[in-house]
Ligand binder design. Sequence first.
Ligand code: FMN
Length: 201
Amino acid sequence: MGGIIILNGSPRAPRSNSKGYAQLFARYSALPTSYFEITGSNHPQLCAGLEDCKHVLLVFPLYADGIPVTLLNFLKSLEQSSLKNRPVISALINCGFLEPHQCDVAADMIRLFCAQNGYPAGSILKIGSGEAILESPFRFLAAGSVKKLARSIAREEYGAFQTTMPLSKGMFLSASTKYWLSLGRKNGVTQQQMQSMEIEP
Ligand SMILES: Cc1cc2nc3c(=O)[nH]c(=O)nc-3n(C[C@H](O)[C@H](O)[C@H](O)COP(=O)(O)O)c2cc1C
């Protein structure tokens, strides 16, 4: 009791940016911290684990302006499980676009879940350019925000935080286009294919 459980809700959790953010958080957390990745089959174990902690941190990417289905399904399980202990739920949301406010709806979804299910709502951190910032010279901005998040949870002084790369939209768009095109080339995928609705070539 008293510690914090980090739950990674990325559909690609083992190789996700969310994992990178979770590792940063664990480094800065003053509370005992454990980390788990949400899968399709571990909801009962994860829900049981929440009985013994004071805080939960949901770390996840923005998917289609909302929460990814991996996390949605877990929240459905949590809704069904009758926990006696209701930990404080905080969230760290990262999105691909530059603007952290893209994550506003996902943050509201978490707050609504808390309000409807009797969980105290904690802090929220929204990270724009979340796909890129950890590998960029602006990593320190993400690290600083994660540190603030960790401090706010440990002190129980909850707040909303955000960060992104300090670039103009034009610069971000041109840098990210170059990045995705070069990744496509490495994987034998053309710009046309990337812009189509086909998921598999
Ligand atoms: C299916 C899908 C939907 C996405 N939707 C959005 C979106 O609506 N807005 C956005 O800014 N980024 C969006 N992204 C980008 C992800 O949020 C971004 O790549 C993030 O860093 C992935 O984090 P992860 O590695 O922890 O899963 C989407 C990515 C995928 C694969």
